[in-house]
Design a protein around this ligand. Structure first.
Ligand SMILES: Nc1ncnc2c1ncn2[C@@H]1O[C@H](COP(=O)(O)OP(=O)(O)OP(=O)(O)O)[C@@H](O)[C@H]1O
Ligand SMILES: [Mg+2]
Length: 257
């Protein structure tokens, strides 16, 4: 993918952000999951984040999604503080977690319609939009199934439909395809890429797969523990083979390919 017109101002801003935890295990000094992390994501840019397990990607994600507060530094999404202004973000930011996080007491269509409901879209309209998204993601006929009656891949499709149905300006994804088999994952990846291109959402996409990062991202950030940027590559310039080799070198882990 070629680089869109990324604004320097940044739709997503991490400014010298640290997040530490205290636990019985780390009683003497705080344990940093994220340390002095700074980066920005421009409007319409999709940034893929790679890094070894435990390096702090999900912690960064939780800060972005407003589920945790930074210990120091500033996180801004669309100029707003996701933690302090959590209510402002509801219905505006599309989030796809590693596991689907659907509400088990709601049918597929009711799960998809949730964000629209928060946005006060009238009932008939939101059900029509939700049905359209489910159909788009190959789930026509499953509108009234409950999550327990759907396969993992189908549930993940419902959560992608839920994220896109609100036409989000900002899209946040934490390994959305990693729990799926390769064929289903590949199919969803393609659909996802088309949706991102069409909606021009600004986004962060965490993945363990270098191939996925190269396919989906405009830019790749490789994190090292505690979460900080060890390598950054803009796609469309440097040959992909070189980027892949450099990522592997930085991660020091050939298995990650
Ligand atoms: N609430 C918490 N309390 C204490 N430690 C935590 C907490 N959340 C995360 N950590 C620690 O922070 C580190 C980073 O965790 P995180 O989940 O962000 O990693 P990750 O990069 O997402 O890993 P993975 O690729 O396996 O998903 C880990 O060592 C983890 O144990
Ligand atoms: Mg994680």
């Amino acid at each position: 993918m070629t680089q869109p017109e990324a604004t320097k101002a940044g739709e997503i801003v991490f400014d010298d952000v640290s997040k530490s935890f205290t636990s019985p295990e780390h009683r003497d000094s705080p344990f940093y999951a994220v340390r002095n992390l700074s980066f920005t994501v421009g409007r319409g840019e999709l940034v893929a984040v790679l890094g070894k397990t435990g390096c702090g990607k999900s912690t960064m994600f939780n800060l972005l999604a407003g589920l945790a507060r930074p210990s120091s530094g500033k996180v801004l999404v669309h100029g707003h503080d996701p933690y302090a202004e959590f209510a402002w973000f509801r219905g505006k930011v599309g989030i796809v977690f590693q596991n689907d996080r659907l509400m088990p007491w709601r049918t597929a269509i009711e799960n998809v319609a949730l964000g629209l409901e928060l946005n006060k879209v009238p009932s008939a309209e939101r059900l029509a939009i939700a049905a359209e998204w489910l159909a788009r993601l190959g789930l026509r006929g499953h509108e009234h199934d409950y999550p327990h009656a759907l396969s993992g891949g189908m549930r993940q499709r419902v959560s992608i439909a839920r994220a896109f149905s609100i036409k989000p300006d900002i899209l946040l994804c934490d390994e959305p395809f990693s729990a799926l088999d390769e064929v289903t994952g590949n199919a969803l990846r393609g659909e996802f890429r088309d949706l991102v291109r069409e909606t021009r959402a600004t986004g962060i996409f965490i993945t363990h797969s270098i191939g996925e990062a190269l396919t989906l991202g405009h830019r790749i950030l490789v994190f090292q523990r505690p979460a900080r940027i060890a390598y950054e590559a803009v796609l469309g310039g440097t040959p992909e083979d070189e980027i892949r080799a450099e990522i592997l070198r930085v991660m020091g882990d050939v298995e990650a390919a």
